[in-house]
Design a protein around this ligand. Structure first.
Ligand code: BGC
Length: 728
């Protein structure tokens, strides 16, 4: 796949990522002064960091998720209290942990941005007097010396996160004691400002001496807005809060900009947020332009390359997050056009995490985290940012920029850790051999069952597409947000079994139906072992898999059941979802005559011709060597021929602009089911081509999952459990 470079608004190589910080994510940083304060007698329990997001253990999954979303940059920080748990004692195990994270980034093609100090310090350091102790710089230097060898090949190293905000923290305490309202950031304490700048400069020297390529600090910045009378006060405030720190970056390699909102000034100085302004959960003004103004100011004042190291909002309304992202990124794009040296955008934050003020209530994440299970669930904003990252276009929709489904890839490039994106929060049964048909390859399924679970769960059989000629149970269409499909099913509390079946050049129809039937019998036979409910099994498939899903749900003719794999259990189903499947081959136009179109912004590699999407007409290949009587084949392969009154409920979804399988196919099946007295829901997706190209597939997945959840919950209960078959 080649992108249409002209459509790109951000350059190739621009970094797209998400940020985290150790104390806010790792959990159980019991030796930090923050932990100590959170757990002092009388401190509110709900404001403790506790397990945080358990990133200390879950970072490999988090990195996998980040990549699967389409992002390429991960910012995280080292935790001083883990690395130097007691003064002068350096933990080699902790150093190895952080080096493994750096290597984990490289192995996945992620650019690590590592922060040496993100606010939290060891309790022993605080007990010595913290940053105002005479030994503070010396202690910090010893820590930086210890971590510098780890960072030698890290492309972006941030010495200190927001030294300017660090220097405001003691002022907040004084203001609170005086009962003064906190409208924004105050003038920082000059003693803290001086020591923070000195610590930064010392760290730069040490890191440079170890060969670190790019060293800088990150600053908490704002858009400064003043009315005429407030101009002078605004400039004074900005000088104290930002400019003295920007000036301290002289000689650095870059400056990290972190901006969330604006600060407004009048004659009296800093003003509260206007009463009628849209606010985030932090009580900050919703102000997407903040990061744009901040990057401009940082760039003008320092002349350095700029990396946005944090930007985002705390909200429960993910639509507002998307609006904020679009506003911020449109502004940043204009800065690039103006020639500002902006290198990347790192969103705050990756997962909902522990906030310094408000603990877990303010949700800044692109990804939600279940507070009980720690399961991660990407929000639509995560998929939006991923699509923007892949295409370099602010208007990109989820899935855009992913490789197009046509022509199907001839190979998959090597990828460390493999291509498969496993759903999180599931018991994994991978490569389960459900049928070993004589003379053919072994047929396998992967079953992901939500964990932990108290009761047997409903199960969805997923049937992949590929014109019966190709396709793979492990990979839903590459054009969809990676990993989203199976994750969503698991998140809805259902198991998913994704199955192999024989392709049409391996065996002709009805081998595919026989295989799918064998898979259902196997799941039902071993339901107890999998932890699934044998009476609540449904099917869902796309394209050729949609056609097979319809057949699987409709065909109850023993002559078409097949005898592969486990025989005995029934193959009946309680619900079916068919996405743009063939319903009646007798009314199908030739697929070769109706090539699909490509998603916007994507061009085909030279020499690839879409007018020949397949090497032969797929239905002809499927039926050519069929053992079924020639006169009957085209009827028997058509789901409409098997419609019956007691069919399970159907949801049929079809892109209205489907050039390969016309939307009338789903209409025909819906009409036939309804005419027979069965239940059929039909959704047409305006403007969508085959594989839902041109539409956002995520809400369509949600629709199918809601349908399956409801229909499988309503399925009549079966016996407690049946005796399992013998293992042989
Ligand atoms: C900090 C983060 C914090 C975020 C939102 C920044 O000042 O670097 O640690 O979570 O703002 O409050």
């Amino acid at each position: 796949m080649i992108f249409n470079e002209e459509a790109r608004e951000f350059p190739q190589g621009f970094l797209w990522g998400a940020a985290t910080a150790a104390h806010q994510n790792e959990g159980n940083n019991v030796l930090s002064s923050e932990w100590h304060d959170e757990n002092r007698p009388g401190a509110p329990v709900e404001l403790r960091s506790g397990d945080a997001t358990d990133m200390f253990h879950r970072w490999p999954d988090d990195l996998d998720l980040l990549v699967s979303l389409g992002l390429d940059t991960f910012r995280f920080s080292l935790e001083w209290s883990r690395i130097e748990p007691a003064e002068g004692h350096i933990s080699r195990a902790s150093l190895a942990h952080y080096r493994a994270m750096i290597d984990g980034c490289f192995a996945r093609g992620i650019t690590p941005v590592v922060t040496v100090l993100h606010f939290s310090t060891p309790q022993w350091f605080a007990e010595k007097g913290g940053w105002l102790a005479s030994s503070a710089i010396e202690d910090f230097e010893r820590y930086v010396q210890a971590v510098a060898p780890l960072l030698r090949d890290v492309p972006w190293v941030v010495t200190i996160n927001e030294p300017n905000l660090m220097a405001c923290i003691p002022v907040f305490g004084e203001m609170a004691a005086r009962g003064e309202p906190i409208n924004g950031l105050p003038h920082p304490d000059s003693r803290y400002a001086t020591v923070a700048i000195a610590a930064h400069r010392a760290a730069v020297d040490i890191l440079r001496a170890h060969g670190v390529a790019r060293v800088g600090l990150s600053l908490s910045m704002h858009e400064f807005i003043a009315d005429e009378a407030g101009e002078q006060r605004m400039l004074e405030h900005r000088a104290a809060l930002e400019d003295q720190f920007l000036d301290a970056t002289a000689g650095d390699d870059f400056v990290g900009v972190q901006a969330y909102t604006c600060m407004r000034f009048g004659a009296e100085g800093l003003l509260p947020v206007p009463a009628d302004a849209e606010q985030t959960k932090m009580g900050w003004e919703f102000w997407p332009g903040a990061v744009v103004a901040a990057v401009r100011h940082a760039s003008e004042r320092t002349g350095l390359a700029v990396l946005v190291t944090e930007n985002g909002i705390a909200t429960d309304d993910d639509g507002a997050r998307i609006r904020y992202l679009e506003g911020a990124l449109s502004g940043l794009r204009s800065l690039l056009v103006e020639g500002v040296d902006l290198r990347g955008y790192v969103h705050w934050t990756f997962t909902d995490n522990f906030e310094w003020m408000g603990a877990f209530a303010p949700t800044f994440g692109l990804v939600a985290v279940d507070r009980e299970t720690f399961r991660r669930a990407p929000k639509p904003s995560a998929h939006r940012l991923g699509a923007i990252a892949r295409t370099g276009r602010v208007g990109a929709m989820p899935g855009e920029g992913a490789p197009p489904p046509f022509p199907p890839p001839a190979f998959m490039p090597p990828k460390p850790g493999g291509h498969r994106v496993r759903p999180l929060g599931a018991t994994v049964w991978e490569g389960v051999d459900y049928s070993l048909p004589e003379g053919y390859r072994t047929l396998t399924m992967d079953v992901y069952v939500p964990a932990p679970r108290a009761e047997p769960v409903a199960c969805v059989v997923w049937i992949h597409g590929g014109a019966w000629l190709s396709g793979d149970r492990r990979y839903p269409p590459v054009a969809w947000p990676e990993g989203a499909l199976f994750q969503k099913i698991v998140d809805a509390g259902m198991a998913v079994a994704t199955i192999d079946y024989r392709h049409s050049r391996e065996a002709a129809f009805p081998a595919q139906l026989h295989d799918a039937k064998a898979a259902v019998r196997y799941l039902r036979g071993f339901a107890q072992r999998f932890g699934i409910d044998p009476e609540r099994i449904g099917v869902w498939g796309e394209s050729a898999g949609g056609h097979l899903a319809s057949l699987l749900a409709l065909v109850d003719d023993p002559a078409l059941e097949g005898g592969e794999g486990l025989t005995g259990p029934s193959s009946h189903l309680s619900a079916a979802v068919s996405w743009y499947g063939v319903a009646d081959v007798t009314t199908m136009p030739k697929m070769a005559d109706s090539p699909p179109s490509l998603p916007p912004g994507v061009e085909l590699p030279p020499g690839v011709d879409l007018s020949e999407p397949f090497s032969a007409e797929p239905i002809d290949v499927l039926l050519a060597d069929s053992p079924l009587p020639e006169a009957d084949r085209r009827r028997l392969v058509s789901p409409v021929a098997h419609v019956r009154r007691d069919a399970p409920p159907f949801l049929l979804v079809h892109g209205q602009a489907d050039g390969l399988v016309p939307a009338e196919q789903s209409q025909q099946l819906a009409d036939a089911l309804r005419a027979a007295g069965a239940e059929a829901e039909l959704t047409f997706v305006p403007g969508a081509d085959h594989v839902f190209m041109g539409a956002d597939p995520l809400p369509l997945m949600d629709e199918a999952i809601a349908f399956l959840t409801a229909r499988l919950a309503a399925a009549p209960a079966g016996p407690d459990h049946e005796a399992e078959p013998n293992d042989r």
